[in-house]
Design a protein around this ligand. Structure first.
Ligand code: LMR
Length: 331
């Protein structure tokens, strides 16, 4: 009898413990805590845990602590992590090539143009494309505009000829570099600093907060503010995990994510401006702002990439974006 009672007690304790065990969301990302994405991930953790009153625990793993770029995509599909915010340039290997349209040089001239596209029907349509891959997109987070850096001054498109430039795993970025006569090298973000330091690559096209927090600026003497490409993220979850959550939790997390996206997009510009100021203050990197004529020369050299790569995402999608942003091939 005593044994039976003990067994029942043990069972009760175990099941009530199981009922109270929080749902864990592992949120893996590849950049520093002190970046727009790092801050927004921490913000999501805070409000998600508060609003679910501890029923959800969000564990944020920054700086590729758990996985590098390509591995984290695989980990999400396998269910080893539940949430990521990869840049839109990293969805090609999943078979969702349309996201690479965001990598087109000079397709966006401002955050307002990006907003129009991502927060409208085009963004929604792109997000549904992920569902067939077992992935659900919950939000779109902005970061900023990328610039060329290297150890020699870059003033004209020709200056990039023959240079080895690190890129993210996007075929559009690959073509961008080839169009400039540069040699693209796909590389995980966590490897960039060392690759620059050891001369495996000569330069980058990073956005300021990543250039600063990764310390890559310390091994790049020159930064030219070409602002030639946009860097943004889709926050994604494993679809099976998401759909298996209790409905009330899913609803609370959806609102928490919407609020986190608003926060991310509010801080993005100020964070990148802050990083640029810090790079300048370090005195390690000379920052150059191209003249209008120099900017026009970069645009002229790079805009042909739009047509060269149009089969990757479809001319229709490109036309839709052009219409939304009132795109002009010549400014
Ligand atoms: C990069 O690889 O340069 C960026 O996508 C890193 C990031 O996540 O911002």
């Amino acid at each position: 009898m005593r044994t039976l009672l003990a067994a029942i007690l043990a069972l009760t304790v175990t099941s009530s413990f199981a009922a109270e065990a929080p749902i864990v969301i592992k949120f893996s990302h590849v950049v520093a805590v002190d970046t727009p994405k790092g801050k927004a991930a921490d913000y999501f953790k805070k409000i998600a845990e508060e609003r679910t009153k501890g029923r959800v625990k969000v564990e944020v793993y920054p700086n590729s602590q758990l996985y590098k770029d390509k591995e984290e995509m695989e980990a999400l599909q396998l269910g080893a992590v539940q949430m990521l915010a990869p840049s839109l340039a990293k969805f090609g290997p999943l078979g969702v090539k349309e996201f690479e349209i965001f990598d087109l040089p000079y397709i966006f001239d401002s955050y307002a143009e990006v907003d129009k596209v991502m927060k409208g029907p085009i963004g929604a349509k792109l997000f549904t494309k992920l569902e067939t891959k077992g992935i659900k997109a919950l939000g779109f987070w902005e970061n900023g505009f990328k610039n060329f850096s290297s150890n020699k001054p870059i003033r004209t498109p020709n200056d990039l000829r023959g240079m080895k430039i690190r890129i993210q795993s996007s075929k559009v970025l690959d073509e961008e570099m080839r169009t400039l006569g540069a040699l693209p090298q796909v590389m995980a973000f966590s490897e960039v600093y060392q690759a620059l330091q050891t001369g495996v690559v000569d330069g980058t096209e990073l956005e300021p907060s990543n250039l600063y927090t990764s310390k890559a600026f310390e091994v790049q003497k020159h930064l030219t503010l070409t602002n030639h490409g946009f860097l943004g993220y889709a926050v994604i979850v494993n679809k099976t995990f998401w759909e298996g959550l209790p409905a009330d939790i899913r609803a609370t997390l959806t609102t928490a994510m919407n609020d986190s996206s608003t926060y991310a997009n509010q801080i993005a510009k100020q964070e990148t401006d802050k990083a640029l100021a810090a790079i300048k203050a370090s005195g390690k990197t000379t920052i150059y702002t191209p003249t209008a004529a120099e900017r026009a020369a970069f645009r002229k050299a790079l805009i042909p990439v739009h047509q060269k790569m149009s089969s990757r995402f479809g001319q229709d999608l490109l036309t839709e974006i052009y219409k939304e942003t009132a795109f002009k091939p010549v400014e």
